[in-house]
Design a protein. Structure first.
Length: 311
């Protein structure tokens, strides 16, 4: 049986395609587009973002997808699930639709006066995720080969001195600050939820059949419950978004060793992925690193909005 994630009792298998898809250099928004797999980084005055995604050592296809824009302080990662190539389709639809929606909304939000109120951003993130969810479900209904496809999701938006993180499933976000690594998301997994209520035995915790059962994902149900939280972001903080292909291979101590090594952000993203592959690379592995810089004045966003409006 192929390894994979389960949802609601139905096995959502990660794809094992017969042929290897092109490994493309990532474009400015983290999309395939060239001849070689490469780490990509982009820098804006208020943050730097670097990413690396890789099929791993076992699978021929990569069902992870990433997309980001340092200018917007936006990073998105999705880990697809489903047979055939469906997982790749679901994750790509997720990152593209959410990126397009938030790329339209964020310049206006950045142009607003600095405030601790993130209600508008939360609403936009929920709307974008719901739209992607509906599109994935509609595609699965149209195409028999896509039946049952879905995707985890983690989205991070840096605005002023806060990082807003939204997620579904077991793709994670961590914050590295002053030598300490903190997981800021809670896995939406059956095992973790059963542990939280004290309803699971140690034997069941160790049973690999239960390890990857996700309880929330895109493309599974008509309504989603996106978890959204705001986190303090200080200059120098590094936020890591990653798929479970990284965290299944590396524990927090090893992740922290790489984040604390003081290397350039792009080298750190590559080192994390390489370490996961060296540890076995049993799944696709992806990492996005967002390093917080000096906050920008809101004037840049206002100028961008005017330019988009033709002013």
């Amino acid at each position: 049986m192929q390894a994979g994630c389960r949802f609601g009792g139905a096995l959502l298998r990660k794809s094992f395609a017969a042929s290897t898809p092109p490994r493309g250099r990532l474009s400015a928004f983290g999309r395939p587009g060239g001849a070689d797999m490469a780490t990509l980084s982009t820098t804006a005055p208020h943050c730097e973002i670097a990413s690396r995604t890789d099929p791993g050592r076992v699978r021929s296809a990569n069902e992870d997808a990433v997309r980001f824009d340092a200018g917007l302080g936006l990073a998105i990662l999705a880990d697809g699930m489903g047979g055939y190539a469906a997982g790749e389709v679901a994750s790509r639809m997720a990152v593209d639709e959410i990126f397009d929606e938030l790329a339209s909304a964020l310049p206006h939000l950045h142009a607003e006066p600095v405030s601790t109120d993130r209600a508008g951003l939360h609403e936009d993130m929920r709307f974008a995720a719901a739209r992607a969810n509906s599109s994935i479900i509609a595609a699965a209904r149209r195409e028999p080969d896509y039946e049952g496809m879905g995707s985890t999701l983690v989205v991070a938006v840096l605005m002023h001195d806060r990082m807003t993180v939204a997620h579904l499933g077991d793709s994670r976000c961590y914050r590295w600050r002053a030598g300490n690594l903190e997981q800021v998301t809670r896995d939406h997994c059956w095992v973790d939820e059963q542990i939280a209520i004290g309803a699971l035995s140690v034997d069941a915790i160790l049973d690999p059949r239960y390890r990857n059962i996700v309880t929330r994902a895109l493309g599974i149900e008509d309504e989603i419950e996106l978890e959204v939280h705001d986190h303090e972001a200080q200059v120098g903080d590094i936020f890591l978004l990653c798929s479970d292909g990284l965290t299944d291979m590396l524990d927090d101590a090893r992740i922290g060793d790489h984040l604390g090594a003081g290397k350039p952000l792009g080298e750190t993203a590559s080192a994390l992925v390489d370490a996961a592959n060296e540890a076995g690379g049993r799944d696709n592995v992806s990492a996005i690193l967002v390093q917080v810089g000096t906050p920008q004045s809101p004037g840049w966003a206002a100028r961008l909005v005017r330019r988009l409006q033709g002013g």
